[in-house]
Ligand binder design. Structure first.
Ligand code: MN
Ligand code: MN
Length: 463
């Protein structure tokens, strides 16, 4: 034997590292700076529409110009396409031939929430309410008995759009869904969590005082009168509105050491912000880089603002035409990080994970080869070649990365936008941040993982 076992182990075995083992003091300072900007983004981007607006603010500052399909695209140009106010395609044309492919990071900016129904306003028992229909995979019981905010738009007769955003400032009123007191919850507590709170009970309390003391001057009229006074809307306008109920609290640091961030909507703003920031911070790259902030991922990526929308290929087609490149070759040579979160190993619920394959908090950015459920149903399952390509880049650029799986086999599972991009003949792998309490009103991530994710996008854009 030439080598002892210890040496051989070090040479042959994979060693999982913690970000705090590898980060320099410089890294830690940069991480804190990064976390601050990210928390600002979170508080200003609780819905996809707000994320698009905030994203455009960042892009405009960095010299990106608004692009519409059909506009001219030039080498070295920096553009963004705002798709109906709900999805954003930001891109910079590199110096190399477009046929070498595009570096794409695709994240999503919609998050699980509670939407208002088209006819939401009513009163019952002297209380004013909005009826709702939840959006995405929520655990309904988590949304009761806590402060909620109302965000969205109303399109009035004639087409004028009114923005509504109320509940986030300390001086704003909030909204509320009541829950049963434990003293009277005998039947409710006996039901399972899925059935304990039926969807039709997610009614939002919006007020309690009548317009006047006449027979027909009730609470519903008073609420409508306030809305009319404040926003100029009438009841019929709710039909042409997109109004969402989101948690009223803002992003906060978690822990004595402030190493974690609690917020609504980390999934998937924790990848959207790094994707956008990395686009802005890798101007020296020869590649054409595209950051996508898509809508509708939480409900299957459909619709014309979701990742399955034809606008994605239309944009690549426009780039190809303008730069004299072959569209099919551009796609074939493009590479994409499907930027989405993964379930962090939760020591409180170890039974749902395979600890040897789950990602961990502070373990770095997660490279997820496949998602799906059951026998990898609905997965992209990135090729070994592409995973190897990406892993080499991360190692070279000293990005701490780890592998991940969405829960143990047959525990459940889920998907991302990866399949909708890879099906267009583009290499794709899932990459993102480990999250605790994913899809809860208040999710938890680590600053170190956030920072490593930002670094991973930068490395990918450059190589
Ligand atoms: Mn997601
Ligand atoms: Mn999700």
């Amino acid at each position: 034997m030439e080598k002892d076992a210890k040496t051989l182990k070090e040479e042959l075995f994979m060693k999982k590292k913690n970000a705090y083992e590898v980060m320099t003091d410089e890294d830690k300072a940069a991480m804190e700076e990064y976390a601050k900007e990210y928390m600002w983004f979170l508080d200003n981007a609780k819905t996809e529409r707000e994320a698009v607006k905030t994203g455009i603010e960042m892009l405009t500052k960095a010299g990106y110009a608004e692009y519409h399909l059909g506009d001219k695209i030039e080498k070295g140009g920096k553009y963004y396409l705002n798709n109906r106010g709900k999805a954003l395609y930001a891109f910079r044309i590199g110096s190399e031939n477009l046929e070498n492919g595009i570096r794409i990071s695709a994240s999503h900016i919609d998050s699980p929430r509670i939407d208002l129904k088209p006819n939401p306003l009513y009163e019952d028992g002297g209380i004013g309410y909005f009826k709702t229909h939840y959006y995405g995979g929520i655990k309904k019981y988590q949304w009761l008995a806590m402060p909620l905010a109302l965000h969205g738009v109303v399109v009035k007769k004639g087409g004028e759009t009114v923005d509504i955003c109320i509940g986030d400032k300390d001086t704003d009123p909030v909204f509320y869904i009541s829950d049963l007191l434990p003293h009277l919850a005998k039947d409710q507590m006996a039901r399972n969590l899925r059935e304990a709170i039926p969807g039709e009970k997610l009614n939002i309390i919006i007020g309690s005082t009548p317009y006047d003391d006449s027979a027909d001057g009730g609470v519903k009229l008073h609420m409508m009168q306030i809305l009319n006074e404040k926003y100029g809307i009438v009841e019929k306008d709710f039909l042409s509105a997109e109004l969402s109920i989101v948690p009223a609290f803002n992003a906060r640091e978690i822990g004595f050491d402030r190493s974690l961030i609690g917020a609504y909507g980390h999934d998937d703003r924790v990848c959207s912000h790094p994707a956008l920031r990395a686009l802005l911070d890798t101007e020296g790259s020869v590649h054409t880089v595209l950051a996508i902030l898509a809508d509708k991922e939480e409900v299957g990526s459909g619709g014309n603002t979701g990742m399955q929308s034809g606008i994605f290929l239309d944009l690549i087609d426009e780039m190809s035409k303008n730069l004299g490149a072959n569209f099919n070759v551009v796609k074939n040579n493009s590479k994409c990080l499907s930027a989405d979160v993964n379930a962090a190993f939760d020591p409180n619920f170890p039974e749902v994970h395979d600890s040897k394959n789950a990602c961990t908090i502070n373990g770095g950015v997660v490279l997820t080869k496949y998602t799906g459920s059951g026998g990898k149903g609905g997965t992209n399952d990135a090729s070994a070649e592409f995973v190897g390509f990406v892993a080499d880049i991360f190692d070279e650029e000293e990005v701490l990365w780890q592998t991940g799986e969405l829960g143990k086999v047959d525990q459940g599972g889920g998907g991302t936008v990866a399949i909708y991009i890879s099906s267009k003949n583009i290499d794709v792998v899932d990459l993102g941040v480990p999250v605790l309490s994913m899809h809860a009103p208040y999710e938890c991530i680590s600053k170190a993982d956030l920072y490593m994710t930002y670094k991973s996008f930068c490395a990918f854009n450059k190589h």
